[in-house]
Design a binder for this molecule. Structure first.
Ligand SMILES: C[S@@+](CC[C@H](N)C(=O)[O-])C[C@H]1O[C@@H](n2cnc3c(N)ncnc32)[C@H](O)[C@@H]1O
Length: 432
């Protein structure tokens, strides 16, 4: 039997994310397998997501409790896990403290047992006072790095607070149903039969929102010969609808991996040709797995989209989906490690990459064709300002109005803020 439990595995994972700056998704996938019990796995996951969601606030609380810095990184992280349980979980405090203190023994650091116990008990005694102090500063109150809050305040002077709150809330689980194979109503009935409650997702033609997240293995026809369902946020599902591909059109999905939108395009449209391009082979492997699960096929190529000489056959595309690399500031609630791993200096590089992708792919679009620019960002610089600069340089490009009630119109394109859906930006550009 493994000597590890949920809290010790969460300590390992958070140590890797916080100090080695690795992605939470990667660390979870390699570490959670060490826990055989599904409840322990669920608790480890909850602790990791929760601590990263509230990291800025938890660090501020810890500072109030320490006389000097804790040098041992495991113990530092373990204290954050202990504080997270005391502030945010309903575990009885005595049980949370006892189980957290026990981890010092599992990690073979018995000399720190007394310290962890003393700090957590001290917090219990002074919690009201300490929380009032840390919540005096907005970055600790909303648990965001100050550079992100400043950008939100500049770009969204009226909505920044709601965005910051939404970023700290567990997102809903939304499914995409292949309605060519089964109607949403029928799939909702199938779910009801196994006690999974769900509703039609507004604004989309394919979405179903689950009342509670479930393990995908419980979903009817998630795999097998009648496969008909995928997990995809409602905002991401709009891409295929907005792209509006003509029958037998030639389509380029220029930044395709891991393939959620590629699969949706293949489910929706009959195309002459869909080329799914990405510059990262490991991510294209995920795309391949997704298409295989859904019995779909596309032409897949690993290449830098900015260098068409290396991959383009010279035939113009009727549609280009350009789902660019971005800050992912619209999906912080799904990937709370973004708040910790992204740096303010990343944005300028991302904006330059996005501009280059637009510039290099525009000539590959046929006259009368459309390019759909997409980000999962809420920062104006990556979104409508990026498109504004592009249109100023490209006289044959025009911004097309997107027909939807979802999100809000910008000077160019449409912004969806995190809430009912993830935060996404869409701009549809046509060539004249
Ligand atoms: C936002 S993700 C795409 C998500 C994908 N469209 C989906 O729905 O699953 C951006 C992708 O762009 C890829 N990428 C970044 N720069 C690229 C480039 N110059 N050429 C091709 N792909 C690139 C990244 O590897 C990443 O997989």
């Amino acid at each position: 039997m493994s000597k590890y439990d949920a809290r010790s595995i969460a300590t390992k994972i958070l140590n890797q994310v916080i100090w080695q700056r690795r992605s939470l998704t990667d660390c979870l996938s390699t570490q959670l397998v060490n826990l055989k019990d599904s409840r322990e796995r669920a608790l480890a996951q909850e602790l990791c997501y929760g601590v990263l969601r509230w990291l800025v606030r938890l660090e501020a609380v810890l500072q109030q409790l320490l006389h000097k810095k804790i040098k041992d990184k495991d113990i530092h992280v373990l204290l954050l896990i202990g504080l997270y349980q005391l502030i945010y979980l309903r575990t009885p405090p005595y049980a949370a403290i006892a189980a957290t203190v026990e981890v010092t023994r599992i990690l073979n650091k018995p000399k720190t047992t007394g310290l962890v116990n003393a700090i957590l008990r001290n917090f219990q005694r002074k919690s009201d006072k300490i929380l009032a102090i840390v919540d005096n500063k907005i970055d600790t109150k909303f648990s965001h790095p100050s550079w992100i809050l400043k950008r939100l305040q500049t770009d969204w002077p009226e909505q920044w607070e709601a965005i910051a709150i939404a970023n700290n809330i567990h997102p809903p689980m939304i499914l995409r149903v292949n309605t060519k194979l089964v109607s949403r109503e029928k799939y909702i009935d199938d779910l009801k039969e196994i006690d999974i409650a769900a509703d039609i997702t507004p604004y989309t033609n394919y979405g179903i929102t689950l009342t509670q997240p479930v393990d995908v293995r419980k979903l009817p026809n998630f795999t097998g010969k009648d496969v008909c369902v995928s997990v995809q946020d409602g905002a991401a599902q709009l891409a295929a609808e907005f792209l509006d591909v003509p029958t037998d059109g030639r389509v380029l999905d220029a930044c395709a991996a891991p393939g959620g939108k590629t699969a949706h395009l293949l489910e929706c449209y009959k195309m002459e040709h869909l080329l799914a391009l990405d510059n990262q082979q490991n991510r294209l492997d995920l795309l391949q797995d997704t298409l295989q699960r859904l019995n779909l096929t596309a032409k897949i190529k690993q290449a830098d989209a900015c260098q068409p000489d290396n991959w383009w056959d010279g035939k113009l595309f009727d549609r280009i989906l350009l789902d660019v690399p971005c800050s992912a500031s619209g999906v912080i609630r799904r990937h709370p490690d973004i708040k910790h791993l992204r740096k303010s200096t990343d944005i300028v590089n991302l904006v330059a990459q996005q501009a280059l992708l637009l510039e290099k792919l525009w000539p590959l679009l046929a006259v009368g064709g459309k390019l759909l620019y997409v980000t999962c960002s809420v920062f104006a610089e990556e979104n409508y300002l990026q498109i504004k600069h592009f249109l100023a340089k490209q006289p044959d490009a025009h911004s097309v109005k997107l027909i939807t009630d979802c999100g809000q119109a910008q000077i160019y394109g449409r912004q969806i803020l995190p809430g009912e859906f993830d935060g996404f930006y869409y701009a549809c550009l046509s060539k004249h």
